[in-house]
Write a protein that binds this ligand. Structure first.
Ligand SMILES: CC(C)(COP(=O)(O)OP(=O)(O)OC[C@H]1O[C@@H](n2cnc3c(N)ncnc32)[C@H](O)[C@@H]1OP(=O)(O)O)[C@@H](O)C(=O)NCCC(=O)NCCS
Length: 391
């Protein structure tokens, strides 16, 4: 071997050794054996959250799809107003620097929480991809009561390719179990509404607020989304845009809050006899997202196999039953920041749709997609929410 070749080989070996040393140093500093300290968050930790989410230096990611992150607003206005028994919040630190945050919001009575929703997962931009969330989340999950741990879900916007990649995992090895896609549609009734002109059979349908949790339970528990899938793909809407597990208590909460509207065939007004669909209201209304007006969110559960015309009639009947202004009987009317009489938009969240591909064009079930527009429900945005279960 010539002198030159020897010199090149030696140089290459040295460069490789240096690169390996840097890589090992980085790994040990920020993951693996690094002194990562995990502790429960307290209300005064907002500053740490802003650092972790990149909201202090402006490098934070567009999480909502509208150009921002909701965590600061949620921390101040929502998360720390809750019973401490219903949410678990943890920070990961390296030295004094907060590098990770994760939270689980729980549903059910505070003394009997039963399912959870992972949210606000954030790792400092300089420390991503080094296993910090893996460790923080494992720690957080261990601190949850076992019943919640078995029923914990999370969601990610379809445009968040980084997190969608993490959730879907490698080929054939998904990290989380996919429940499906959910897509928002805003009700835009024509003015003036002329019910007689649309040629539908809504006049034979009966709309009522369900007052029996047994009737609701028997509808949900026998629904194919629940009986034919493991894990169940039938989730109930919870606070804001979160979902909770289908349980007796969750159904009873919804019924007690007057949040389940049944659309039935005429003449059947007891139990779940003749029920064609149930529309379930989320626990919170929201103003400023996805529209500027106050929005009331719902999901829908249809009796399987409804013909297209009946499906359309059901949606029309629900749409016509919806108030367009906040009134005293509205489930959330007592909330301080809502003004009686202010305009109210109904949002129908269609889902779950089993689109395995994140960018699938069919993120709404094809049959439902055909009738939503005809029933005046207009898609609010191109994206969808991908909901997963933590295995
Ligand atoms: C998403 C985020 C929380 C992940 O945190 P992180 O510390 O970078 O993630 P980790 O390094 O712990 O990776 C977690 C796991 O996902 C895997 N992973 C990481 N990036 C991945 C990718 N692009 N595709 C597939 N898997 C990936 C890792 O290998 C690791 O797997 P393992 O547990 O089997 O080792 C972080 O990157 C972040 O804050 N992003 C911006 C905010 C955000 O999008 N949050 C989620 C909102 S829903």
């Amino acid at each position: 071997m010539s002198r030159t070749s020897l010199a090149i080989a030696a140089g290459a070996t040295t460069a490789a050794a240096v690169a390996l040393a840097i890589w090992i140093r980085r790994r040990t500093q920020s993951s693996g054996t690094c002194p990562l300290v995990i502790r429960a968050a307290v209300k005064d930790d907002l500053e740490h959250l802003l650092v972790v989410a990149g909201l202090k230096d402006g490098v934070g990611k567009d999480i909502t799809g509208d150009g921002g992150d909701y965590v600061k607003e949620a921390w101040v206005e929502d998360w720390w107003t809750r019973d401490p028994r219903t949410h678990f919040n943890e920070f990961a630190f390296i030295g004094d620097l907060a590098v990770g945050f994760a939270r689980c919001d729980c549903f059910g009575a505070p003394e009997r929480i039963e399912s959870g929703w992972l949210e606000g997962l954030r790792v400092h931009s300089g420390y991503q991809g080094r296993g910090i969330m893996h460790r923080l989340q494992a720690h957080l999950l261990c601190s949850l009561p076992p019943i919640v741990r078995q029923q914990t879900y999370l969601a990610v916007g379809s445009t968040n390719t980084q997190m969608v990649g993490i959730c879907d995992g490698g080929k054939g090895r998904p990290r989380y179990e996919y429940i499906g896609a959910f897509v928002m549609h805003a009700l835009e009734l024509p003015k003036p509404a002329r019910p007689a002109d649309d040629g539908s059979c809504t006049s034979t349908l009966h709309v009522r607020i369900l007052d029996s949790s047994e009737a609701a339970w028997s509808f949900f528990a026998s629904h194919p989304l629940h009986t034919e899938h493991k894990p169940s793909r039938l989730l109930l809407p919870a606070r804001f845009y979160a979902f909770r597990a289908l349980t007796h208590a969750a159904v009873a909460d919804k019924v007690a809050g007057g949040r389940i509207t049944a659309i039935c065939r005429g003449g059947t007004d007891r139990g779940n006899e003749g029920v064609l669909a149930l529309f379930v209201n989320f626990d919170s209304d929201h103003k400023g997202w996805p529209l500027q007006t106050l929005c009331s969110f719902h999901t829908a559960y249809f009796t399987p196999g409804l013909p297209l015309e009946e499906l359309r009639a059901v949606l029309l009947a629900f749409g016509r039953s919806r108030p367009t202004a906040l009134h005293s009987g509205h489930p959330n009317a007592s909330s301080d920041d809502l003004t009686p009489g202010e305009s109210l938009t109904t949002i129908l969240v269609a889902g779950p749709c089993d689109n395995k591909q994140p960018d699938s064009a069919t993120d709404v079930e094809p049959k439902l997609s055909k009738v939503l527009a005809a029933a005046h429900f207009k898609r609010s945005r191109d994206t969808h929410l991908r909901v997963y279960k933590v295995p």
